[in-house]
Design a protein around this ligand. Structure first.
Ligand SMILES: CC(C)(COP(=O)(O)OP(=O)(O)OC[C@H]1O[C@@H](n2cnc3c(N)ncnc32)[C@H](O)[C@@H]1OP(=O)(O)O)[C@@H](O)C(=O)NCCC(=O)NCCS
Length: 187
């Protein structure tokens, strides 16, 4: 009997550096879900270009999650404070690409790299930190999947639409155990 034809697996999503040509994809992500509003002010292509320029600034490392056709569908980035070897870690995914474990895998890959020594191809940071609103549990799940440890609660830090929101803070040290979350390949 002839073997069943196998469905080819889809080409993988990859990680690559953000580039100026990603502005259109950034605009698409920011306009696809109102929950992106807290990530920056991007409602036009010009604003998307400014946001990408900011990502590409000297004190930042910005990694795109790219779909099989190389379109940017997500971001993991770190704002670096050189003197302290500390990085502020942040991420987002286009709403259509969420819920597939990509943010968790991308964040784990970038965090591992950021905390690796420079002579091993890493960015040589000693500590990463992030914060997310308490009513954004998906962000906390991504942070934990990337090896971050809950550090505390900044009570009622933000005022959004007349309501105060707690922010949960997380940190990961170079010496913390790396997570078991699988990496995404480089494109
Ligand atoms: C936060 C965000 C990046 C998560 O993206 P995602 O693609 O859904 O994440 P993943 O598919 O990798 O899922 C990661 C984890 O979140 C969990 N998760 C996803 N949506 C969730 C929800 N609404 N409530 C609780 N957990 C959720 C998943 O179950 C998974 O956890 P697990 O590994 O324990 O199963 C995405 O929701 C986003 O871009 N939000 C807007 C921007 C933002 O809030 N960024 C973070 C700012 S601090």
């Amino acid at each position: 009997m002839a073997p069943e034809p196998r469905t080819p697996s889809p080409p993988p999503c990859t990680l690559r550096a953000v580039r100026p040509a990603d502005a259109e994809a950034v605009l698409a992500a920011f306009t696809a879900n109102p929950d992106m509003a807290r990530q920056g002010e991007v409602g036009t292509l010009d604003q998307a270009r400014t946001y990408v320029e900011w990502l590409l600034g000297e004190k930042r490392r910005a990694v795109a999650v790219a779909g099989p056709d190389d379109t940017m569908i997500g971001l993991v980035a770190v704002s670096i404070e050189e003197d302290n070897k500390v990085g502020w870690f942040f991420y987002w995914m286009h709403t259509d690409a969420r819920g597939r474990g990509l943010a968790a895998r991308a964040a784990a890959t970038v965090a591992d790299r950021a905390l690796s020594r420079s002579d091993q191809g890493g960015w040589g940071l000693d500590r990463l930190e992030l914060g997310h609103r308490a009513n954004n549990p998906a962000s906390g799940a991504v942070a934990r999947a990337a090896g971050f440890v809950h550090a505390g609660t900044e009570r009622q830090k933000f005022l959004i639409d007349g309501e105060r929101h707690d922010v949960l803070t997380y940190g990961r040290l170079r010496t913390d155990p790396p997570p078991a979350t699988p990496h995404l390949p480089r494109g």
